[in-house]
Write a protein that binds this ligand. Structure first.
Ligand code: IDP
Ligand code: MG
Length: 138
């Protein structure tokens, strides 16, 4: 699996960070093979994050993810899942490595600016959740 799903979350879009985040993706040598802006409603956000449905932070996460527009992207490249996770940094911006997107731009463990698939099976689920075959460029 050489593709992953990336999301610029509502706080990132709201703060005007789309360009800076895409610049980091391109500088890393990852290719954007599908991309669009969207606004998630609760049903779509809940389906996307269904693995977290019993977590205490689930309702707050859904409220956050539906609070404004997002940028959905499919990234492609060698070892892309790990490379994008490394660019993002740890879930909690306070624990994220210096120079990562979450360390530089995140404001809390919830409002951490970006999403990235964490494994090949979740990448397949997440990419297919938002994109269909004809959305991709080669
Ligand atoms: P990840 O985005 O680094 O893969 P996950 O554990 O999959 O982290 O959690 C999904 C999202 O849920 C996080 O990116 C963050 O927005 C939110 N989240 C995770 N843990 C917490 C928490 O303890 N409190 C509040 N929100 C959380
Ligand atoms: Mg995750």
């Amino acid at each position: 699996m050489n593709r992953t799903l990336a999301i610029i979350k509502p706080d990132g879009v709201q703060a005007g960070l789309i360009g800076e985040i895409i610049k980091r993706i391109e500088n890393e040598g990852l290719r954007i093979v599908a991309m669009r802006m969207d606004k998630l409603d609760a049903r779509r956000a809940e389906g996307f994050y269904y693995v977290h449905r019993s977590k205490p932070f689930f309702n707050s996460l859904i409220e956050y993810m539906t609070s404004g527009p997002v940028v959905l992207m499919v990234l492609q490249g060698y070892d892309v899942i790990n490379r994008w996770r490394k660019l993002m940094g740890a879930t909690d911006p306070r624990k994220a490595e210096a120079g990562t997107i979450r360390a530089d731009m995140g404001t809390s463990i919830e409002r951490n600016v970006v999403h990235g698939s964490d494994a090949p099976d979740s990448a397949i689920y997440e990419i297919n959740y938002f994109f269909k075959g004809t959305d991709f460029v080669e």
